[in-house]
Design a protein. Structure first.
Length: 354
């Protein structure tokens, strides 16, 4: 329960006091209110989007206060959703900090089947540190000072996902080997496998198709197979076939991560039980909704993943519709964490049974 201890410290619980759902949700509510205050004070888009809420200045005559409108975490359902199309069209008006405080802007093309301008996600240094800190405290479950961690995701630019992950695992004590993404046609596979032998790679970060391809090509290589202990899969849908192939070829433990740039990259990650993903609940408030009615769904029912940022400075997002589908797994995790668990995440094209 390393992540629980980290969150307990993050939300200000006394040393040694265990995290509880009550304490976590009190923090989420406070941060939700702060976020609403931030966007009303600094974003013309959000002032137009949330006209029924009072200005953060507490202008005389306001019919309600943020505290009365948002009196519990569940009351977030009173707020409207935000869509990728709105982010694409109005993103610059969502920014809540001056340009001098922006350290990175990530440009994302709209997904296939949609039209419009690219989405641009803005970050301050503090926003990006949230991701690095998450990796620092979330990945000790699968990597430690004895490990050599291969990064097969973008890492050439400061603040890219692979760079932030590499910094985070280096804080744990692992040695990061930064490579970046490799071609899906396999043209660099032998080079990478040679690097894995040379460096003694024991763990790493990759997409599921990349890891599955490398694992298949090195299944009979005793050096690579014996070295590999764990692998973290992220960025693309993780099929059970790819996961099983990696576990069989490398005889290693596969950990899964769910996230997107709009979330600040890190969203939810598997614990040592590897049964669902624990969300980064101190920084993100997740909901599962009926995609047709918008109603919030209870644990066990499949629906669309929606999230709200709680600690972001540059570009807070409120009830952002991801288009991804999952459910809350019912019951507590056997690891002992009080954090919720997301089931494997799919997209609209894989909506079978949802």
């Amino acid at each position: 329960m390393i992540v629980d201890d980290w969150i307990a410290d993050k939300i200000g619980l006394p040393p040694g006091e265990r995290l509880t759902r009550e304490a976590l949700e009190a923090w989420q509510l406070a941060k939700l209110r702060e976020t609403i205050g931030l966007v009303l004070a600094h974003s013309s888009f959000w002032r137009e989007k949330l006209p029924s809420l009072p200005c953060v200045s507490g202008a005389p005559g306001a019919p309600d206060t943020i505290e009365t409108i948002l009196d519990s975490v569940d009351s977030i359902a009173k707020l409207p959703f935000t869509t990728p199309e709105e982010l694409s069209e109005h993103g610059s008006r969502m920014v809540c900090v001056p340009a001098s405080e922006v350290s990175r802007i990530v440009t994302l093309q709209m997904t296939s089947g949609t039209t419009g301008s690219p989405k641009r996600i803005w970050f301050t240094e503090a926003d990006q540190e949230l991701m690095t800190d998450y990796i620092h405290h979330g990945l000790p479950v699968m990597t430690g000072p004895q490990d050599v961690f291969l990064v097969l995701m973008p890492c050439e630019r400061p603040g890219s996902v692979g760079d932030l992950v590499a910094i985070g695992v280096e804080r744990i004590g692992s040695r990061a080997v930064r490579v970046g993404p490799i071609p899906p046609d396999g043209s660099r596979d032998e080079e990478i496998l040679g690097l894995m032998r040379l460096e003694g790679v024991t763990t790493g970060l990759a997409t599921a198709p990349t890891a599955a391809r490398l694992a298949a090509k090195s299944a009979a290589d005793p050096v690579v197979r014996n070295n590999m202990r764990t692998i973290l899969l992220s960025a693309q849908y993780i099929s059970e076939a790819d996961k099983a192939a990696i576990e069989t070829s490398w005889d290693c433990d596969v950990y899964e991560h769910y996230g997107m740039t709009e979330m600040g990259l890190g969203g939810a990650m598997a614990c040592e039980m590897r049964e669902g993903y624990h969300p980064r609940e101190a920084d993100l408030l997740f909901e599962i909704i009926d995609p047709d009615t918008g109603g919030v769904l209870p644990a066990g029912e499949y629906g669309e993943v929606v999230f709200t940022t709680l600690t972001r400075q540059a570009m807070p997002l409120i009830r952002y519709r991801t288009g991804d589908f999952s459910r809350w797994l019912p019951g507590a995790c056997a690891c002992g964490s009080v954090l919720k668990r997301l089931d494997k995440v799919g997209d609209r094209a894989e909506r079978k049974g949802y």
